[in-house]
Design a protein around this ligand. Sequence first.
Ligand code: GLP
Length: 233
Amino acid sequence: MKLIVVKNQLEGGKEGFKLLSEAMQNGAKTLGLATGSTPVEFYNQIVNSDLDFSDMTSVNLDEYVGLDGSNDQSYSYFMNKHLFEEKPFKVNYLPNGKAADLDVEVKHYDSIIDENPIDWQILGIGQNGHIGFNEPGTPTTVTTHVVDLTESTIEANARFFDHIEDVPKQAISMGLASIMKSKNIVLMAYGKEKAEAVKGMIEGEVTVDLPASILQTRDNVTVIADEAAASLL
Ligand code: GLP
């Protein structure tokens, strides 16, 4: 894993944007995208650039079960607001959290990922080391699946909702096996709340108890962390 330590999220966004620009110059056409507060500055850098995304495809990591794009807490809404409305892509894929049959949706999303192999994947990391919504204990072999969110993730994400009861209890998430197939992975982490997870990911044993630790087992992974997130390394 390559580690880049930056001063703050703005610097991290700029570093991430540099890596993405290089990847696009080298022919990357399909981006794996993430939500949460972590990639917001990175998306700002894209929006404020003159890079053309009209021939690009995006495939998002996850979506809450039960929320559709009109709900301002859905990941679909987040992506439209922070990126897609400002920077049109050829096509944007997200799991459909309102699908009538979640089993069908999961298989459908797997076929989307198979048809659109991801060249470059951006990731955040949960305080418990989750990536996407692959919570601790998730087997590394899973592809897209429906996840029961852990209490700690519900608590961590409650800050975006009016009440903690409003946080959905389930999500559809790309699996670890799908994430690991991306040609390049850039994971960003900011703030002291992420320091334990970052230490475990980079220096700990590879274990399903800390899903991001699986990234140690492959090449082409860059971690961009601010000083607080890197403080225990
Ligand atoms: C969420 C998302 C992840 C994200 C993580 C961290 O639960 N499913 O994709 O990386 O939590 O969120 P944040 O960037 O807001 O800290």
